[in-house]
Design a protein around this ligand. Sequence first.
Ligand code: NAD
Length: 477
Amino acid sequence: MTEKLQSFEPATGALLWGGLQGDVDAEVERATSVSALWAAQPVIKRMETLRRFANAVRAKDEALADLIARETGKPLWDARLEVSSVIGRVDMHIAAYSERTGQKRMDGAMNSRQSVRHKPHGVLAVIGPYNFPVDVPAGQILPALVAGNSVVFKPSEKTPATGALLVELLHEAGVPRDAVRLLIGGPDIGKALARHEGINGVLFTGSARTGIAINRALAAYPEKIVALEMGGNNPLVLWDTPDLAAAAAIIAQSAYGTSGQRCTAARRLIVREGLANDIVAELRKLVARLIVDHPHAEPAPFMGPVIDNQTADGLSESFMALMSMGGRPLVHLRRTEEKRPFLSPALIDVTAIEDRPDIELFGPILQMIRVESFDAAIQEANATRYGLSAALVGGSPEHYEQFWQQVRAGIINWNGPTFGIGGSAPFGGIGVSGNHRPAGGHAADFCAYPVTSSEADQPRAGIGIGLAPIDTSGMGD
Ligand code: NAD
C-alpha cells in the first residue's frame, strides 16, 4: 500500500500538506522516456525555458516565500531572501554552463578540426534537505537541466510542499513534465532512488551520515556521478579586534541565523583567553535582544523555530550532554514555547571537555573554546572531520594569511560570517563536508562530461612508416 506523507508548520503544528509517497520506478521511467529528447534540444532553448522559470518564480515570489516560511519556520524576510537567491541562480547557472562547459573548436591539420564539447549524464537524482528547500535543490536542478539532463527530485520529507511548488513552477515555465519529476518520500524512497539502476548520478545535499551512506551504496558504480554537499562543524576564531560589538554581531549571525539551521553556521567559537569574558558579555547583551518568534510575527523575528519537536528535543539533549561532560552554560538553551520547537540562542563553554564530540549540532547552539595562542586556535579549528566553512574575526593581515594557509575548509572568510558568498562562487567543503564537487557555478562541472573529438569531412590517411615495400614480384610479365 502506498504510504501517506504529511508536513506540518513547525511554528503552529498545523497540517500544511498531505500526499502520497511516490513510485521510484515510475518516476525514473518517465524521466528516462524524455531524456534523449531534452538533451537533443538546442541549449539555447533550454536556457530560454529556465529564464521563463525565473519569471514564474518572480510572479509567485510572495506565495513561495510564504510557503517556505510556513513549512520551515524561518522568518518571512529570510524566506524572501531564499526566493531572490533562486531567481538570481538562473542567469548564473546559464552563464556558468557557457563558461565552464561550453564548446571549444580548433582547426587541425589537413582541414580537420579538434573539438571539446559536453554531454549530459542522462537522468540525475536530486535529493534535498529541509533547511533551504527551494534554493539548495534549485542549485542542482537548474545546472542539471541546462546541461540537458532530466531530473528526478526528491525533496526532504519535512518540506514536500515547497518541493512540489518548485517542480510546478518548472513545469509552468515549460520544462517538459517528464524532464523534471517530483518524487515524494522519506529516507527509504531516497535510498531506493539513489540505488536505482536507471539513474546516471546522484546530486545530494544533506547530512554527512546520509551522504556517506549514498557514497557507499554507489561505490561499485564508478560510472555514476555523485556530488555530495554535506554538513559542517564550522569554526569561527575570534582574535584581537577594536570593535567587539561588531564581532558579536558577526558571531550571532553566523551561529544563530536561520536558527542555526545552515550548513555553514558557526558551531564553535574559538577565542583568545584574554578576550573571552569581554565577548561573552557582548554576546549576552546581543542574544538577549534577538527575537525568536513565528515566521510572520511583527516585529519581525531574528529567527523562528527549528524544524520539528523531535529536532528541538535532540538539541536540548545534546546541550545537556555537553553540560554533563563538563561544559559550562553561558547562555542557556531554552524552549520558549512548551509544545512547539522554538529554541533560544545558546552559548556553552566546552573548553574543559577533553574529548569534544565532533558532531554537527544543527540548531542555535554555539560552543566556546578558549585558547592561549593563535597556533592553538588553528589547531582547534582543524580538530574536526568536517571542512565546510571557517571564519576569522579580528586579527592582523598576517593572522589571516596564516589562518587561510592552515585552516582546512572550502569557505574561509575574514571579518564576516561563516556563510558562503553566493553567486557563481564555488560552494562546498572538504573532509566529510563534501566530495570535491562544490555547488554554485561549479555545479556545471559535474552536470555534464567532456567529449573530445577529432573531425574531418573526408577520410584522409596513409601509413608512412613500418610498411614493407609493395611486393611486385608476382605482377604480370
Ligand atoms: P538528511 O541527511 O537527514 O536528509 C537529506 C535528504 O536525504 C532527505 O531528502 C532525506 O529523505 C534523504 N535521505 C535520508 N536517508 C537517505 C538515504 N539513506 N539514501 C538517500 N537519501 C536519504 O539531512 P536534513 O536533515 O534534511 O538536512 C540538514 C543537513 O543538510 C545538515 O547536515 C546540513 O548541514 C546539510 N546541508 C548541507 C548543505 C551544503 O550545501 N553543504 C546545504 C544545506 C544543508
